[in-house]
Write a protein that binds this ligand. Structure first.
Ligand code: NAG
Ligand code: NAG
Ligand code: NAG
Length: 148
């Protein structure tokens, strides 16, 4: 894990096209992640702005659905990001690889996330998780974030 993190940081330094992340149990291979243009977490998210969140991976399974969940760790529990549509297939509808997805497919998933002006100013850890139809975590990425 440490090695992966170190590798992630070097890779990010080499190319600002990805955000290094803590892998929280991805089953998929070739995972890469980008939030906004953040090469070095903590990623600063300004209220009232939107950020593109990209998760690229090679699916390890056949799956009819992909469920997205974004949670922030607040006061010891995981609080769901408000107002999120959990249907992660929507983001793939207009791509060359819509749901259902077969094992081995290179998935390029992108969500535009709005940071509402009413969110609290907070320094937290955010987890982005895409789950397949058998409940497996295809990709799980965790990064420190500062909302202000
Ligand atoms: C995700 O894949 C797309 C299409 O191949 C590529 O343009 C983009 O840079 C990739 N993003 C990351 C974070 O790897
Ligand atoms: C998000 O990506 C879309 C499509 O690539 C682009 O048109 C848009 O400007 C991006 N938004 C932000 C906030 O970077
Ligand atoms: C998202 O995560 C929260 C916190 O762990 C959980 O309560 C909720 O049921 C999850 N939602 C989905 C759609 O998985």
């Amino acid at each position: 894990m440490k090695l992966l993190l170190v590798f992630g940081f070097f890779w990010a330094a080499y190319s600002v096209l990805a955000t290094p992340f803590q892998d929280c149990g991805s089953l998929a291979s070739k995972t890469s992640f980008l939030v906004g243009k953040c090469p070095t977490p903590p990623c600063i998210l300004l209220k009232g702005q939107s950020y593109n969140v990209t998760m690229n991976f090679t699916s390890s399974v056949d799956t009819k659905t992909l469920t997205i969940n974004v949670t922030a760790h607040v006061a010891g529990s995981d609080v769901p990001w408000p107002g999120l549509d959990h249907d992660g297939c929507k983001e793939l509808a207009a791509t060359s690889h819509p749901c259902p997805i077969s094992a081995g497919t290179d998935v390029n998933w992108m969500l535009t996330a709005n940071v509402s002006p009413i969110y609290p100013s907070i320094s937290t850890t955010v987890t982005f998780k895409l789950t397949d139809d058998s409940g497996g975590s295809q990709m799980c990425a965790r990064i420190p974030v500062i909302v202000h």
